[in-house]
Design a protein around this ligand. Sequence first.
Ligand code: URA
Length: 300
Amino acid sequence: MPRTLDPATRGALAERMRFYRDLGLTEFYRRPADPALLNGQSEDAAASEAAPGASTANSGEHQAAPSQAPAAPEAAALAIQPNFFGEESAIRSRKGFQAPPQITPAVPPAERAAALKLIRDEIGDCTRCALHTGRHSIVFGEGDSAARLMFVGEGPGADEDAQGLPFVGRAGQLLNNMIAAMGLKREECYIANVVKCRPPGNRTPDPEEAHTCSPFLFRQIDVVRPQVLVALGATAATYLLGARQPLAALRGRVHAFRGMSLIVTYHPAFLLRDPRQKKEAWADLQIAMKELGLRLPGRG
Ligand code: URA
């Protein structure tokens, strides 16, 4: 007797299958289980093989840095030297720059929701930067206060501003599919942005705005203390890592960040504009899955 699925489960499965299909994953098979694959060198090789072919140049509000073919290891090593692009000091010397706050002591999981509420209360009806003049809501962030996986985007768009929640528009739907493809639920993750108020016309937040708001983000990160943090797009990567570099130099590997693993990938809004890059984003998410010890699809 075939098992029937309820409509909600069927819908969720269909969404996930659509995302896999977009990634070019159409065949599923099981290999004999090999735990070494989850942690071993061979998986590193597989992740980098699956990662980038040449990317087209991209532009747009969420993708300040140009996409490039993957850097050869030596090139990548060069690219991550501070000031290689002469930009780290530019970011640090912009008006409003504050050094990221000291890492705060770990909060016990049961107290994290309350600790996040204290940060939200401190933000109050914020007027610290010019973004407050055009906002409808402060989009603080949402999700499991003790999540193992956290996503950081750029800033709220119109839907997020209207609902007061991060990633609830079209980009949010794609993010939900990305999370589902990882075998997780959105509510198991924590999601926040570099700035908490919508920049007019969805422009990239300027450095003063980002530097004014990001200390709250750093404190949220320290409270949630996820095992893995995923920076969605160039703005998140820039303000988390404290240096502007091409996304190609930052993707495809694990960065040590405040005692956590940080992975950089494309912003979902960029992926909506250029779906061909979804395969590369999937390779990044698989690195995150490996860090979390999650089973990779098709790997038994
Ligand atoms: N884009 C972002 O960077 N964040 C959101 O919350 C929504 C869209």
